[in-house]
Design a binder for this molecule. Structure first.
Ligand code: ZN
Length: 405
């Protein structure tokens, strides 16, 4: 290269670098602008304010009129600076303010943030941004696509078959799984369903833990498959789970107050029809409805049918199931024996609660319970919830060693 050619080159190069610097600088400014998005399956998050200068986001759950409690939130944050601290402030307590939020860089693997700081009805999480883009949620999300994936991959097992419980009122599929070894109908049937309340995503993780265990190579999972058929519905309220609504106390009816002779929700009607059939065949033994409870619960516990409604066999089976659960559900989210009767003193619509409806409409020996898995503890992450599910499966296996009929 000659002297003059070199200086032309360096002038051109310098100009090009200057242009690059301007473009780069423009990009950097755009990237540093925090933005919040919740327009994706299960997403929820109304932005109250974004303070760019102080890197603070003020959020609330999205407004979803008539679709139940506004407590669930799940957003994607863009424009963060990796490694920099930002503050995400959310309300209202108690339902929308878990001690720790859940954070993910790939929208798949979730971990907890540090505990937030509370001020009146709100909580502020101080977060070190793991990347320019990341996801933040009330708890580890579990969407209808996750339910479909769970059912699809489980149905590759020789003993499991996918089925569609029904279509929802908004014409979405309700994926479900039937686990049965061999072609013969089994003498014992277990029904497990989760997520009648859409915000209770943890209950679907419990359901996934149980399902994965049930079709695993573990010896006791095989023993349970030898003995019983299991029906599994990972999400009952698909519509609200799909749009990130809370669901609890939705209009016109709470999903778990819809269990009467004229259910409004197709998933309730479809479950009732199948449960009636199983009961008529004298095969139903256990019904388990999976939920998450109030913010102060530290351990999983069971809602049980008012004991005075149970005959001696029913009482004996319930006690035996609870004893097996106590033995197997050893934690870290452990069942320490707490139960609550949900009868007329609990709710005037108590007969329309699923596990009560099942008990009132099935043989006296049937064990019908609601498991409430604590969500506001350091162990209430996807791994902790799935461990509860596995241990619940072990409790079922132990209980069915003696014939409840
Ligand atoms: Zn619930």
């Amino acid at each position: 290269m000659t002297q003059s050619a070199s200086s032309v080159w360096s002038r051109q190069c310098g100009a090009a670098l200057l242009v690059l610097a301007i473009v780069g600088c423009g990009c950097a400014t755009a990237l540093a602008e925090l933005s919040v998005n919740s327009s994706f399956p299960g997403g929820s998050g109304k932005v109250v304010r974004i303070d760019q200068e102080n890197q603070k986001v003020v959020l609330e759950p999205s407004r979803r009129p008539n679709r139940g409690w506004e407590c669930w939130w799940y957003v994607r944050i863009d424009g963060a600076t990796a490694g920099a601290t930002l503050l995400v402030d959310v309300g209202d307590a108690p339902w929308a303010t878990p001690e720790r939020a859940s954070i993910s860089v790939d929208n798949k693997a979730w971990r907890f943030t540090k505990p937030g700081s509370r001020a009146r009805s709100r909580i502020a999480y101080s977060i070190e941004a793991p990347a320019e883009q990341f996801w933040l949620a009330w708890g580890p999300p579990f969407t209808p696509a996750d339910a479909q994936r769970l059912v699809d991959r489980s149905s590759k097992h020789a003993d499991a078959t996918a089925f569609e419980l029904c279509k929802t009122r908004e014409m979405r599929k309700v994926p479900a799984l039937h686990v049965r070894k061999g072609d013969e109908a089994k003498r014992h049937v277990v029904w497990v369903q989760a997520r009648q309340h859409a915000w209770e995503a943890g209950s679907s993780w419990v359901c996934q833990g149980l399902t994965d265990w049930l079709i695993s190579d573990e010896e006791r999972a095989g023993l349970l498959r030898d003995r019983a058929e299991v029906f599994i519905v990972p999400i009952m309220d698909i519509d609200n789970s799909a749009v990130g609504a809370g669901g609890k106390n939705q209009i016109p009816r709470d999903h778990n107050r819809d269990w009467d002779d004229k259910p409004y929700w197709p998933a309730v009607a479809a479950a009732q029809e199948k449960l009636r059939e199983l009961n008529t065949e004298q095969r139903l033994d256990i019904f388990i409805d999976l939920h998450n409870p109030g913010a102060t619960a530290r351990h999983p516990y069971f809602y049980i049918v008012p004991r005075h409604l149970l005959n001696r066999r029913g009482q004996r089976n319930l006690n035996s199931f609870l004893a097996c659960s106590r033995e197997e559900m050893s934690g870290p989210l452990s069942f320490v024996g707490q139960t609550v009767e949900s009868g007329s003193g609990y709710d005037r619509n108590w007969k329309r609660i699923s596990k009560n409806w099942v008990s009132l409409n099935s043989a006296p020996h049937v064990v019908s319970v609601t498991l409430e898995t604590a969500w506001n503890t350091p162990h209430s992450d996807a791994a902790g919830y799935q461990q509860v599910g596995r241990q619940l499966g072990l409790a079922v296996e132990r209980f069915l060693r003696t014939d409840p009929k």
